[in-house]
Every structure is written in structure tokens, then in C-alpha cells.
Write a protein that binds this ligand. Structure first.
Ligand code: GLN
Length: 391
């Protein structure tokens, strides 16, 4: 090789989420690892994207997204999230929530600044923060209810804190932050004058517990960036359409950074999402109900093989614990299950501040077609309840 690589990528590796997903594809297994969400997208969404292609909607869009999409997002966040946003100045569409998150971080944080993140966390949040030169301070949440204490939260703030990251419903825990928890976060963010960045990509997938957007609190509006996107809501994870809602001055910078990184989100697919945002409430209710059935089916399966599922209040992931003696650690468990019954999961250790906290947990994704999830559950049941494979 001609020269050395950058320090920032030295310890950066392919995520366990992708690693086990790729391994699963090689052996033709059932993929409950990466949240690929391989279910059919709504017909109206597909039809609108196809007709946008036929209409030659093929060139760069506005750097913050096409006007009809920003208008549809403004209507949606007002109605569903309780957030008033000007589509002209306070909404930026980008290439999926990961790229939007990067633009937000680049707009708010200088190298060495700190972000507060709840553990377990979505590894892309933490890896992107680090890749962009930032430090992370964690607040540990613990199963089964993913609580933390006010003292632990308060202690995470320092002179260098620039953002506190909320992910509700959370990946991988499925925690849905309650109003009181969010109010406490707002109070601390005000006290320390930091930004609140909230990733709400699973906002429509809750099971009885209401989704509350921290950006809807009047006290928080001027310091909150709300990130969401189309991936999960319309089962189009590969389309890469996400967005941020933020105060105008910040939103302008998010748009400019996003333009430099990616220019714009794919034009015809933005048109597809406009159609998605016109779907009736029944679409979202039906989706949440369907995930509720899948969640319960997976939880029953896991109990029947001696796992302890932490049944989520939201999202489409489930962490489940296993007896420490059953497998050496979470990676061993993932590899063994993939090899023995052809079902891919993610080691819990991939999601924790201290990997030891997840050493006896696996993450299962149930965003699957029913037939595929049934096949996955049937295979998991073959593992039985007793076996100890730690040796
Ligand atoms: N959000 C999905 C997950 O957690 C997919 C992530 C990804 O592929 N990077 O599995």
C-alpha cells in the first residue's frame, strides 16, 4: 500500500449489524440481524417514485429537498409530532437519517466536543460522532425497563457538552422515552445550554405507549433538532430519504453541510415519499399492529428456548438475555445460532458503553414478512431450552 491511512479510520470497522447480515446472506439464512425491513413498500409510494422517473425528475433537487416534500413534512410534524416548522427555512431533507445526523453533528460540534448518549445505543450514532472527532459520554440504561437515575444523567454534563442525543423509540432497547424523562432532559439542556438532537425514526412503531417528541415542548423548540425519515415508516430502508427539523439558522447550515457531503437526496424517491405522507392514519395504525403481533410471536419463541426477552415498548428490535453459562459470550451465541439453525442476530455487546453489559444478550430484529419471521422462529425453536455450549 502506498501510504498510511488516516488515524480516524484506524479502529473503525464494519459494524456487527452488517457483518452478521452479510454472513447470513452467504449461507442463505433468516436475517434477524440488520434492520433491513424487507417488506413491501406501499403501492402509492412506489407508483409516485416510478412516475417521477418517467417524468424525468432526474436532476439535483434543492439542497434541503423538493418543496412538496418539505411541505408534506411540515404538515406531518405539526399533526403527528406537535412541532410547528416552516417548510422554507426549518426543514432539511437528506440522504437518510445517518447522513442527516452527520450534517447535524458537523453543524453543532467542534472536534473534542462531547455528546451525551444513552447506552445501549445505535452503533452508527456513536461511530459517526467519533469519526467526526467528537467525544461521547454515556448514560447507562438497564433492562428490563431501561431506566437511569437523575443523578447519572446530571453527572454526564460537562463544560464540553454540546449535544444530548435522544433516540425514541430506541434502537436497540425499544425504550420509549416518557414525558417526564424528556422534560428532565430539556431542563438539563437549558441549564447547560446544550442542543438536544433527537432521532425518532421509529416514531410510528409503538405498542400502546405514546410517542412524545421532545421538540414539541415550547421550552425545547429553540434548541432541538428532530431527525426522522422514510426508511422504517414506508419500508424503504435502501431509498435513503431522511430529514431534520431545526431552527432556521441551524437548518440553513445543516442544508449547506448536507449539500457538500451528498448534494441532495435522490430526486424521484423524494417524490415517492410525498405520496407516502398522504397515506391515511389507518396505514400507520395497521403497521404498528402488525409489528405488535410479530413482537409477541418472537418474544414467545425466545421464552420457549430459555431466553429472557426485554419486550420493547417501541421500534422493531428486541434485546434478549441468555444464561451466562449457555454460550461463552454474545458473539459466540450469535455465531453458534447462525451456524446451527441459520438465524442471524447481533451480539448485544455491539451496543453498550461497556461491551460486558451486553455479553449475555442478543438483538433480534422482527421487521420481516410474516412468513420469514415464522421460519426464523421455527428455526430458533430447534435450539431447544437446555443446551449449554459455553465450553
Ligand atoms: N438501523 C438498522 C439496524 O439497526 C440498519 C442499520 C444499518 O444497516 N446500518 O439494524
Amino acid at each position: 500500500m502506498a501510504g498510511r491511512l488516516a488515524n480516524r479510520v484506524e479502529s473503525l470497522q464494519q459494524s456487527d449489524i452488517r457483518r452478521f447480515s452479510a454472513w447470513c446472506a452467504r449461507i442463505g439464512g433468516v436475517n434477524l440481524s440488520q434492520g433491513v425491513c424487507d417488506q413491501p413498500a406501499p403501492e402509492a409510494v412506489k407508483a409516485a417514485a416510478k412516475s417521477a422517473i418517467d417524468d424525468d425528475q432526474a436532476v439535483y433537487t434543492h439542497m434541503r429537498g423538493i418543496a412538496p416534500l418539505r411541505e408534506a413534512i411540515a404538515a406531518k410534524v405539526e399533526r403527528f409530532n406537535g412541532i410547528k416548522a416552516d417548510p422554507e427555512t426549518e426543514i432539511a431533507v437528506g440522504v437518510g437519517t445517518a447522513a442527516v445526523f452527520s450534517s447535524v453533528v458537523l453543524s453543532l460540534m467542534d472536534p473534542g466536543d462531547e455528546a451525551i448518549v444513552f447506552s445501549p445505543y445505535y452503533s452508527y450514532h456513536v461511530n459517526l460522532l467519533k469519526l467526526l472527532g467528537n467525544e461521547v459520554r454515556f448514560v447507562d440504561t438497564r433492562p428490563p425497563d431501561w431506566r437511569y437515575t437523575s443523578d447519572e444523567l446530571a453527572a454526564a454534563f460537562s463544560e464540553r457538552t454540546r449535544i444530548i442525543l435522544v433516540n425514541t423509540p430506541a434502537n436497540p432497547s425499544g425504550k420509549v422515552f416518557h414525558r417526564e424523562e424528556l422534560l428532565e432532559i430539556v431542563a438539563l439542556a437549558k441549564k447547560h445550554n446544550v442542543w438536544i438532537v433527537t432521532d425518532e425514526i421509529y416514531e410510528y412503531i409503538t405498542y400502546g405507549q405514546p410517542h412524545v417528541s421532545i421538540g414539541s415542548f415550547p421550552d425545547a423548540a429553540d434548541r432541538t433538532v428532530t431527525i426522522s425519515g422514510a426508511s422504517k415508516t414506508y419500508a424503504v430502508t435502501g431509498w435513503r430519504v431522511g430529514y431534520a427539523v431545526a431552527p432556521a439558522t441551524l437548518c440553513d447550515k445543516i442544508g449547506v453541510v448536507s449539500d457538500h457531503l451528498t448534494i441532495c437526496a435522490p430526486a424521484p424517491l423524494q417524490h415517492g415519499i410525498v405520496a407516502g405522507m398522504k397515506l391515511p392514519d389507518s396505514y400507520y395504525e395497521e403497521m404498528a399492529r402488525d409489528y405488535g403481533v410479530k413482537r409477541d410471536m418472537l418474544a414467545d419463541t425466545l421464552r420457549s428456548i430459555g431466553f429472557d426477552p426485554y419486550v420493547p415498548e417501541g421500534s422493531y428490535y428486541m434485546l434478549a438475555g441468555f444464561e451466562p453459562g449457555r454460550f461463552r459470550d454474545a458473539t459466540h451465541a450469535t455465531e453458534t445460532i447462525l451456524e446451527e439453525v441459520g438465524v442471524a442476530t447481533v451480539p448485544g455487546s455491539a451496543f453498550y458503553r461497556d461491551p460486558k453489559d451486553g455479553a449475555h444478550q442478543l438483538r433480534f430484529c422482527y421487521a420481516k414478512k410474516m412468513a420469514d419471521l415464522e421460519e426464523g422462529c421455527a428455526r430458533l425453536r430447534k435450539l431447544g431450552n437446555q443446551a449449554t455450549r459455553a465450553s
